[in-house]
Design a protein around this ligand. Structure first.
Ligand code: P6P
Length: 333
């Protein structure tokens, strides 16, 4: 099977509006970082990279050693690469502008360097998520406000899932394509072109332990899934929950499903657990490009106007007909 490398694929995309050599170079740099991340994760305990780092991130979450290692790898591969004006990460309180003396590029990249890191110590799949925006016109150092663009402004987005194999799923706004890493060569090969999410599904993904904290209509919707043909639904459903968004969403990208981390009354100050800028937005862009849908339960996630870098949103994404059904439940706050 003569398969296309990521580099050749990107060259072929240059004729798309909005795809520039700089954007392609940034994606190549990110792919290189994810190759190194994959190697670090694969070594696990042998590299002394497991366990707690003894610090907390801006979310107040315990940081794993690999959270910091992977964040450093993403920065090392892109900050000085001439393609970005700045970076933002789940693991960093504030944005990271390109330092003086380094070449500034036209893009902003936001990322979750190790999504699902609570799974790393028990050897369950984790991932990297990245979102790429154009820097707004303007002079001087990039500011946090420059990053606060709605998801519909993304020029590219991708995730890498570190599982039995290391897979990259990427969109440049012209569909979503899957690549597999040849670890010996350090090359991503196109292995799943033009991903299409089935419009219907029999599989849902949610953390059921939070059920009592959901809005009543969300509780009703999930109860109906559990009741299957014994209730109002026309079929029975299966459930999966990996607790790594990248792994759960990749399964849906591959065979359909609906992923929900809904509005949660446990802590009204946090309307959901997942972060808009570097989890929900990139995954929603990819999902929509593959024919899926993604809402907060009330509105399209890509149309949410950001107010802060680490803000959270409720997420309902996956097979379009099922997402539409949930959103139609007129979830009341
Ligand atoms: P819970 C990982 O910590 C994460 O941000 C997502 O990757 C995942 O979908 C979710 O949180 C899991 O949350 O509450 O089930 O542990």
């Amino acid at each position: 099977m003569t398969t296309l490398t990521l580099s050749r694929y990107l060259q072929q995309k240059l004729d798309l509006p909005g795809v520039t050599p700089e954007l392609c170079e940034l994606i190549r740099q990110t792919g290189d970082a994810c190759h190194r991340i994959s190697d670090a994760i694969a070594k696990g305990a042998l590299a002394g990279v497991l366990g707690q780092a003894g610090s907390e991130n801006v979310q107040g979450e315990e940081q794993k050693k690999l959270d910091i290692i992977t964040n450093d790898l993403m920065i090392a591969a892109t900050l000085g690469g001439g393609c970005v004006a700045g970076l933002a990460s789940e693991e960093m309180d504030e944005i990271l502008p390109v330092p003086d003396g380094m070449k500034e590029g036209r893009y902003l990249m936001l990322f979750d360097p190790l999504d699902g890191s609570s799974n790393i110590d028990v050897n369950i799949s984790v991932g990297t998520i990245f979102s790429i925006l154009e820097r707004p016109d303007g002079q001087g150092p990039v500011t946090e406000q420059d990053f606060l663009q709605p998801g519909n402004q993304q020029v590219a987005a991708g995730y890498v899932v570190y599982g039995p194999s290391t897979l990259l799923v990427l969109t440049l706004g012209d569909g979503a394509d899957g690549f597999t890493l040849d670890r010996e060569q350090g090359v991503f090969y196109l292995t799943a072109p033009n991903l299409q999410v089935p419009k219907d599904t029999k599989e849902f993904a949610i953390n059921m332990s939070n059920m009592r904290h959901w809005e009543l209509n969300m509780q009703r919707y999930v109860r109906e899934l559990l009741e299957g043909i014994t209730g109002v639904r026309e079929k029975d459903f299966n459930m999966r929950w990996v607790a790594s968004m990248v792994a759960d969403v990749h399964r849906i990208m591959t065979r359909g499903g609906i992923f929900m981390y809904p509005y949660d009354l446990k802590d009204p100050s946090k309307p959901g657990k997942l972060r808009l800028m570097y989890e929900a937005n990139p995954m929603s862009f990819i999902m929509e490009q593959a024919g899926g849908a993604s809402t907060t339960g009330r509105q399209r996630i890509l149309d949410v106007t950001p107010t802060s870098l680490h803000q959270r949103v409720p997420v309902v994404m996956g097979s379009a007909n099922e997402v539409e059904r949930v959103t139609g439940y007129h979830l009341e706050t």
